[in-house]
Design a binder for this molecule. Structure first.
Ligand SMILES: [Zn+2]
Length: 416
């Protein structure tokens, strides 16, 4: 299975699914051929022909269903920055190299090998084991899981799902922990529009400079420190580590910091397009991440308080995505815990809310699925984070094999 997953990952990397434009159909067909050769029922679902999603299922009885979820698209790779060609799928020094090796063709390949091997062994789930490799996660234009949940809900409806977004192995105070993502912050950017009156820049007195007025608001946002709050994921994290928030080791404190409060980061500003024209309009975009369970409407009064009532402005949330969580006391959680124990006796699983969001929220919103991000990796998280969406992305074959072991363990634990 180790070699099988390695070969499948190499082949998947060789299919260039850079999004945009994606072209995920070639990857979906490759996976379909592999899965059908292993006796699985497969179906391609595509909103447009070149952007197919592939779903396979292993049917059993009326028991619970478990979905192995992954996306087949990848982000851009500039070959000039790489020490190997990014779409060659080279295996070198015990690692598979290439765009998608971590995010996330590795997990897609492991998902496929796990379900294929179970099918070959005659595994009959109590309920159903489902495999889905979806398009368009990296851009999110509605060709992937979002569309499947709407247009073909029966294809992906499930009780439990395992997705990307977690699996880091941490060593803290002499103990080992595996981080499982059970919740995600909401991305809720907003725009502040400040109006003034234009005029010639050589005579500032006759105009009303919107940029200068907006600068005051930007400073107020930057200076704001929202009150911290310990939500259930951080509370459970602290409980497993048996420490207080104040005494967390630095590595863990860094991990937990963005999970204690919303964040507000002004990132974009636009005003006059001409040096000698005082702008009558200035727009500031603020990247805003909310704790799960909080909505833009909840936080808007706070933002207005921070901005103050001495300035006129318009405030508009432009989108809101993610911000969902799954319960912690579930059979899937117990599968993660028992996996930790078998992978490394004495190691423990810890839940985390991630600062970014994945496709998991579509399942949680559509079906109330218990969805966790968990693909265990021994590669140190500080190394992995420099490779994801970056040059020389690669995965140790050992980690790929560990992933297959985890997925098979989950299927056996939840569905046998
Ligand atoms: Zn991803």
């Amino acid at each position: 299975m180790r070699d099988e997953a390695t070969q499948l990952l190499s082949s998947l990397i060789r299919v260039d699914t850079t999004n945009p434009p994606g072209n995920e159909t070639a990857a979906a067909e490759l996976l379909r051929d592999y899965l059908e050769a292993n006796g699985l029922e497969c179906e391609l679902y595509a909103r447009t022909p070149e952007r197919a999603n592939v779903v396979a299922r292993l049917r059993g009885g009326d028991g619970p269903s478990l979905l192995f979820l992954g996306h087949t698209d990848v982000v851009l790779a500039d070959p000039a920055e790489w020490s190997v060609p990014p779409f060659a799928g080279e295996v070198r020094d015990g690692q598979v190299w290439g765009r998608g090796a971590l995010d996330m063709k590795s997990q897609v390949a492991a998902n496929a090998v796990a379900i294929a091997s179970l099918a070959r062994e005659g595994f009959r789930p109590q309920g159903e084991l489902i495999f889905a490799a979806t398009a368009d996660e990296e851009v999110g234009d509605g060709f992937g899981l979002e569309w499947l949940c709407e247009a073909h809900p029966d294809a992906v409806r499930c009780d439990f799902a395992i997705n990307e977004g977690g699996g880091d192995r941490l060593e803290l105070g002499g103990s080992t922990y595996w981080v499982c993502s059970t919740a995600e912050k909401m991305s809720a950017p907003f725009r502040i529009r400040v109006r003034g009156r234009s005029g010639h820049a050589s005579m500032p007195g006759i105009a009303d400079n919107a940029l200068v007025k907006a600068a005051r608001l930007v400073e107020r946002i930057a200076a704001y420190a929202p009150p911290r709050e310990v939500q259930q994921e951080v509370a459970a994290f602290l409980r497993v580590l048996d420490v207080e928030l104040e005494t967390l080791p630095p590595v863990a404190a860094e991990l937990v910091e963005p999970l204690l409060a919303p964040t507000f980061s002004p990132t974009m500003i636009s005003a006059s397009r001409k040096r000698n024209v005082i702008p009558a309009l200035c727009e500031v975009t603020v990247d805003c991440r909310l704790l799960p369970g909080t909505t833009p409407a909840d936080v808007e009064p706070t933002i207005r308080d921070v901005l103050g009532d001495d300035a006129e402005y318009e405030l508009e949330f432009t989108e809101a995505q993610g911000g969902t969580r799954s319960a912690l006391d579930t059979p899937l959680w117990r599968a993660v815990e028992s996996f930790a124990e078998t992978a490394e006796p004495g190691s423990r699983a810890v839940p985390i809310c991630t600062a970014g969001f994945t496709d998991s929220h579509w399942l949680r919103e559509a079906f109330g699925t218990v969805a966790y991000g968990f693909f265990p990796a021994r590669m140190p998280p500080e190394v992995m984070s420099t490779l994801i969406h970056s040059a020389d992305e690669r995965i140790p074959v050992d980690d790929l094999e560990l992933g297959v072991t985890w997925l098979r363990h989950a299927a056996h634990t939840l569905l046998a």
